[in-house]
Design a protein around this ligand. Structure first.
Ligand SMILES: *[C@@H]1O[C@H](CO)[C@@H](O)[C@H](O)[C@H]1NC(C)=O
Length: 327
């Protein structure tokens, strides 16, 4: 039997058919941003880390829905490139760039000041910016850089913008966490880089993602009945630039495996867009939503009120913040 007739054998046809049906059924039922008709005309959204990966896909989606979209990026050059791309692709001229480095609390404060001065409203805040695999480092403000970028920056930013969001209610805040939060733990002295000698860089990432889940839950509790709701999401395993601090071999392996198993940045953006705009997610507050846009229980470590309160207070102290949300 030659190759062609072997491949066209009915058994192969049947196998392909079954596989196609399974794949289709897996995708069916999953919430799809493209089928969601929600329009954001007259609404304003901030997406941090919007120049690449999931952040860019989320910003692009909001721009397509005619919202005013503020791209909060660390690099003016890379941010400008994303801005032009999004404007070109959507024709939305109401997309702007603002510089924000979430590892620096003074950058966060300056960014929030500009927003509060220039924006009349804020309907959506997506805390997406984050790093992983970065070597341990202490910032000039005495904070550990990964903890500052992934947790303290978003924590402070959200608190500074929350009053504007209350005035724009109903409004939504989304924290990009990860299923990896399940392997994290909370040690508040890590925020200042203490006790980190034994902590591997990949562990640091997991701990900060646990902090994102906790921060969303704690904030949701504190903002009850204000019309501002908070969720955290798992984007799934996504091929993005978040890997850029790992070595070349690790990245190469990740990328090769990724071609077969991982989500694209666009697919990874779905759970965030679901929480930020969908009618289905209206009123969700404090929940953790997984990559298929289904509510999931976060790890037990994220559900201990005493630990959550302790992290909140340590985060306030580390960012020199006093008073309730809004100060
Ligand atoms: C908090 O205040 C202390 C003392 O003024 C200062 O050294 C530190 O850099 C501040 N930290 C932040 C994150 O602003």
């Amino acid at each position: 039997m030659d190759m062609l007739s072997l491949l066209s054998h009915p058994v192969w046809f049947l196998c392909s058919l079954v596989l196609a049906v399974i794949l289709h059924m897996q995708k069916k039922g999953r919430w799809d941003p493209k089928k969601c008709r929600v329009d954001l005309t007259g609404k304003t959204a901030i997406v941090t880390g919007a120049n690449t990966g999931i952040g860019k896909c989320v910003a692009l989606d909001f721009a397509r829905r005619n919202g005013r979209v503020i791209l909060a990026c660390r690099s003016r050059e890379r941010g400008q490139k994303a801005l032009e791309e999004i404007q070109r692709e959507t024709g939305n001229r109401n997309v702007v760039l603002e510089i924000l480095d979430t590892s620096s609390m003074s950058s966060v404060r300056a960014f929030a000041d500009r927003i509060l001065r220039n924006e009349k409203r804020l309907d959506i805040l997506v805390n997406n910016a984050g790093v992983s695999g970065m070597p341990r480092a202490i910032t000039s403000e005495g904070l550990e850089a990964t903890y500052a970028t992934n947790h303290l920056g978003p924590f402070l930013l959200t608190n500074l913008l929350v009053d504007l969001m209350k005035r724009s209610a109903p409004s939504r805040i989304v924290f990009l966490a990860s299923f990896l939060h399940k392997q994290g733990y909370i040690d508040t002295s890590n925020l200042h880089g203490k006790n980190l000698e034994k902590q591997k860089v990949h562990k640091t990432y997991k701990c900060t993602k646990l902090m994102n889940v906790i921060c969303a839950r704690e904030l949701a509790e504190r903002l009850k009945n204000t019309g501002v709701t908070v969720t955290s999401v798992n984007p799934g395993i996504v091929m993005t630039e978040v890997m850029r601090h790992y070595n070349l071999l690790f990245r190469a392996i990740f990328n090769v495996i990724g071609i077969f198993f991982f989500k694209s940045a666009e697919e990874g953006a779905a759970s965030t867009i679901f929480c930020a705009v969908s009618e289905e997610a209206e009123g969700l507050n404090g929940q953790y939503v997984d990559s298929d846009c289904v509510i999931e229980l976060p790890s037990e470590k994220a559900r201990d009120p005493a630990v959550n309160k302790k992290l909140w207070e340590a985060s306030e102290a580390a960012t020199n913040r006093t008073g309730g949300p809004g100060q």
